[in-house]
Design a protein around this ligand. Structure first.
Ligand code: FAD
Length: 393
């Protein structure tokens, strides 16, 4: 069947997107708008029907790159105006409980927005229901791929049944531990590196106050910088806060009793204890274990005219720059521009994406690593001492 684009009929491509997370579900929308047949295969059950999964960040900072992509698919106003909570600067918490603000942009009032991960993912999937040319297949785990032939084998997680699929193009949006990338690693001249940092993260929660309002000033990203470690909090729509403690794994291991935990919080984050509540702090801290943080760099992102990596599958970054999802969304925007420029010619599209995208994603990865030091330490220092501190690190 032919898709009509700007008045000229083109071949309608049969595209499989592996991974229905934030980036895969956005990419499906971009491709659907171009009139291609899109099949989205996702390992998990439909997020719109399942309860919140623990272990991934509950909310995220949406910035200009992400907003542009949402605008292109008609969802920016909904996400930003109806759902997003503007964060106009960092609000720094000292150990004595006093705070001060470092604005992100005091001249033109630009800001970032706190958005719910599940909400955004659900919205993107829901939007795809409006397109007849998009199919969604949940509970499908990619277990094998021949990228040059464009063949994939999925296993249905509910029945264990195998499902074989062919595609003109395979887009791997299956996250930091991508199965598509694993298949790509067998290709000659494919560069790959992954780095785990020695710090992990654990999520806690500051609930809404008794009247259902925010317990802290809402329009900020709150930071408790403590040198080697830090805690941050982003506001949620229900007036709670998702609090994330980033710290070396060894420090987490040392906090192995309730008394040690409270003593640690009294020393470093005393103002947060009444906000979280002592009982809830103990419960939430010991319920889970800290999650690791990995950065992935690889290139090229494509195989012939058949397969491409985007999002975390192509470039997982540590979260300290708040740009992982935003960079993944930007992949989708750039890819769409290349579909337009090269009139759906996959050879040219994939080659140009691979050739031009890696410099920016490598740079974002390096900036994200650096920004951890900025957020947990340098942010508290007068600027003349920053150079000295950087030399010491
Ligand atoms: P994912 O979100 O990982 O989605 C991949 C999907 O693929 C998943 O649904 C998974 O189930 C599916 N999948 C995996 N394997 C298979 C398989 N074999 N077969 C089929 N499906 C499969 N980014 C920001 O921009 N701003 C922030 O503020 C921010 N904060 C963060 C805080 C933390 C603590 C962390 C860890 C990350 C943060 N990020 C942030 C990064 C952001 O979460 C990721 O960049 C983003 O989720 C990447 O989206 P993705 O769709 O590429 O991958």
């Amino acid at each position: 069947m032919a898709a009509v684009q700007n008045g000229s009929p083109r071949k309608r491509l049969d595209i499989v997107v592996v991974g229905g997370g934030l980036v895969g579900s956005l990419e499906a929308l971009y491709l659907a708008k171009r009139g291609h047949r899109v099949r989205l295969y996702e390992y998990r059950e439909d997020i719109r029907k399942s309860p919140q999964a623990r272990g991934r960040s509950i909310n995220l900072a949406l910035s200009i790159r992400g907003r542009k992509a949402l605008r292109d698919v008609g969802l920016e106003d909904h996400m930003v105006k109806k759902h997003g909570i503007p964060m106009t600067g960092r609000r720094i918490h000292r150990t004595d409980g006093s705070t001060y603000v470092i604005p992100y942009d005091s001249r033109t009032n630009q800001c970032i927005y706190s958005v719910g991960r599940n909400y955004l993912n659900s919205l993107l999937l829901q939007e795809s229901e409006r397109y007849e040319n998009v199919e969604r297949h949940f509970n499908h785990k990619l277990i094998e791929a021949n990228l040059r032939k464009g063949t994939l084998k999925f296993q249905k997680t509910d029945t264990n049944q195998d499902v074989d699929v062919n595609a003109d193009l395979i887009i791997g949006a299956d996250g930091a531990f991508s199965a598509v990338r694993k298949a790509m690693m067998k290709q000659p001249l494919f560069d790959y590196s992954q780095t785990y940092i020695e710090h992990g993260y654990l999520e806690l929660c500051i609930p809404a106050d008794e009247s259902g309002g925010f317990q802290m000033p809402a329009n900020y990203l709150h930071i408790w910088p403590r040198g080697e470690f830090m805690m941050i909090a982003l506001p949620n729509q229900d007036c709670s806060w998702t609090v994330t403690l980033f710290m070396p794994f060894t420090n987490f291991q040392n906090l192995d009793t309730e008394d040690k935990l409270i003593e640690f919080f009294e020393k470093y984050f005393p103002d947060s204890i009444p906000l979280i509540g002592k009982k809830k702090l103990i419960e939430d801290f010991f319920i889970g274990k800290p999650s690791p943080l990995v950065a992935v760099k690889c290139r090229p992102y494509h195989v012939a005219n058949k397969a491409l990596l985007i999002g975390d599958a192509a470039h997982a970054v540590v979260p300290f720059y708040g740009q992982g999802m935003n960079a993944g969304f930007e992949d989708c925007t750039l890819l769409d521009q290349l579909f337009q420029k090269h009139k759906d010619d996959l050879v040219s599209i994939l080659e140009e994406f691979s050739k031009t995208r890696w410099q920016d994603t490598f740079a974002i990865s390096d900036l994200a690593m650096y920004n951890y030091i900025e957020m947990r330490d340098l942010v508290t220092r007068p600027s003349y001492r920053v150079r000295k501190a950087m030399d010491d690190i």
